[in-house]
Design a protein around this ligand. Structure first.
Ligand SMILES: [Zn+2]
Length: 225
């Protein structure tokens, strides 16, 4: 499936009435569950020329497609990003790379360097949101709110361009839920940066609870903070 085709499908999804959709039998409504007199009507599949069972199956398919299709599109993007990542990891190791092409000074006037496969990195605000939450919330907001807007803008303004959502892993302290940080050997040895004379490399510095847990495991005296 070409990136253009995927963008076309995503654009069709984005343009449709927001999901989820549901069905009571052969009528299709907006919402996760049909509420009589309240749910917004989307359409129906009752044709009178097929069995009611068939109409019911068609309605179920249409209603579910509203959420199934974006889910599959996201999965295609995720898998494509993963493939690109694996392909990059399999690039020839240093030393096995072909020798650089010889430089011909005559080329300088008749060629120029171009770039392809640009990457867009979106970073959520670090503060004040990234304080007590465990970061999963921000990543979810990026994935569900920011990314569809980026994808829609790309599809509308730059047909043919494609993009995939990826997020970096970070380690979070289970005690303070901020980013897990620890002292290096050099920091632990330096009286101006270490916590006390019992500090060792690897000692967490994000919070006392993490430091206590580490010191207990290493049978080191508790820090007096
Ligand atoms: Zn901590």
């Amino acid at each position: 499936m070409s990136p253009e085709r995927l963008a076309e499908i995503a654009a069709r999804c984005d343009a449709a009435t927001a999901g989820p959709w549901c069905t009571d039998a052969w009528e299709i409504y907006r919402g996760a569950e049909y509420v009589p007199g309240i749910s917004e009507w989307i359409g129906e599949t009752c044709r009178g020329t097929s069995t009611l069972e068939q109409d019911r199956a068609d309605a179920t398919f249409v209603a579910a497609a509203r959420t199934d299709v974006p889910e599959m599109a996201a999965e295609v993007e995720r898998l494509r990003a993963r493939v690109a990542e694996l392909e990059a990891a399999q690039a020839p190791a240093v030393g096995l790379e072909p020798a650089p092409l010889p430089h011909h000074p005559e080329h300088d006037a008749i060629k120029r360097t171009a770039q392809t496969r640009g990457r867009l990195t979106i970073t959520p605000p670090v503060s004040p949101y990234w304080t007590t939450a465990d970061y999963a919330h921000e990543t979810e907001a990026l994935r569900t709110l920011v990314w569809p807007v980026v994808r829609k803008a790309l599809a509308e303004e730059f047909p043919g361009f494609s993009a995939a959502f990826t997020a970096d892993d970070i380690d979070i302290c289970v005690h303070c839920r901020s980013e897990f940080e620890f002292a290096t050997d050099a920091e632990a040895a330096d009286p101006s940066t270490r916590t006390d004379e019992h500090s060792v490399g690897g000692e967490p510095v994000c919070c006392k609870a993490a430091m206590d847990a580490f010191r207990a495991a290493r049978r080191l005296p508790e820090a007096d903070l």
